[in-house]
Design a binder for this molecule. Structure first.
Ligand code: NAP
Length: 248
């Protein structure tokens, strides 16, 4: 895709955090952006307004993408509204961090449902359209934790590792339709997810592990998504690490 102009993008969980930065980056390039949210209605609507003030077309759409019917409805509503879909960014994610000794079965299921199964639900719903259109870009937000594991994150690590396997398989199956599928593995990025970690843990236990000596910004992830979409026509099935060197 040489330009974002006129394209339609869906970013799941785009009211805040990485999703918000990704939505802003795609909109600034000229994409019409669907800002999906689950609970963050106000932030999502505020983002849509902010983008409109800058002359960008965006719309907020509520859907809990961990629910297969809602995920499917989201994609259906996008197609009904815009008549096309070019870019699907599966960004929605949660974490419930506990050692396995303390982790409840429901907490395992919940994280896998939101972080991994949702990716399948949206892709499955968008598949017929992408195949018919013979073009499309799918980007799944995984994590370095899916590559290296992390103490107290068995559920999250499993879901994020699953995204990488899913991405490669989807890339193989969709290549014949000119649809690329890639994963991004961020390292620690400054969002609400990281804000839940106590400051002393960030300073004493996290920062010393990052060769570049700082956490990433949501904008750095947004730019990578734009790169994969605009300049990545020959990139598929890949995992792009944006992590300050914490995992090589
Ligand atoms: P965040 O600030 O906690 O935001 C999470 C986002 O996911 C919110 O927009 C939330 O929307 C959305 N979401 C959660 N459950 C959802 C559902 N069922 N349906 C739709 N949206 C849902 O987290 P973040 O740091 O931006 O994380 C974004 C993605 O990056 C996640 O997949 C995360 O695992 C990944 N990641 C983050 C980091 C990091 O250090 N921050 C590192 C590696 C990977 P609502 O508020 O509307 O519920």
């Amino acid at each position: 895709m040489s330009s974002l102009e006129g394209s339609v993008a869906v970013v799941t969980g785009a009211g805040r955090g990485l999703g918000r930065a990704i939505a802003e980056e795609l909109a600034s390039g000229g994409a019409r952006v669907v800002v999906n949210y689950s609970r963050s209605k106000e932030p999502a609507e505020e983002l849509v307004e902010k983008l409109a003030e800058r002359g960008h077309e965006a719309i907020a759409m509520q859907a809990d993408v961990s629910d297969k019917e809602q995920a499917s409805r989201l994609i259906g509503d996008v197609l009904e509204r815009f008549g096309r879909l070019d870019i699907l960014v599966n960004n929605a994610g949660i974490n419930i961090d506990k050692t396995m000794k303390k982790l409840e079965m429901e907490e395992w299921d919940k994280v896998v449902q939101v972080d991994l199964n949702s990716c399948y639900y949206t892709v499955k719903a968008a598949l017929p359209h992408f195949m018919e259109q013979s073009s499309g870009k799918i980007i799944n937000i995984s994590s370095f934790v899916g590559q290296m594991g992390n103490f107290g994150q068995a559920n999250y690590a499993a879901a994020k590792a699953g995204i990488i396997g899913f991405t490669k398989t989807a890339a193989l199956e969709l290549a014949r339709y000119n649809v690329t599928v890639n994963a991004i593995c961020p390292g620690f990025v400054q969002t609400d997810m990281l804000a839940g970690v106590p400051e002393n843990v960030v300073n004493e236990r996290i920062l010393p592990r990052i060769p570049l000596g700082r956490v990433g910004t949501p904008q750095e992830i947004g730019k990578a998504v734009r790169y994969l979409v605009v300049d990545g026509d020959y990139i598929t099935g890949q995992t792009l690490n944006i992590n300050g060197g914490i995992y090589m």
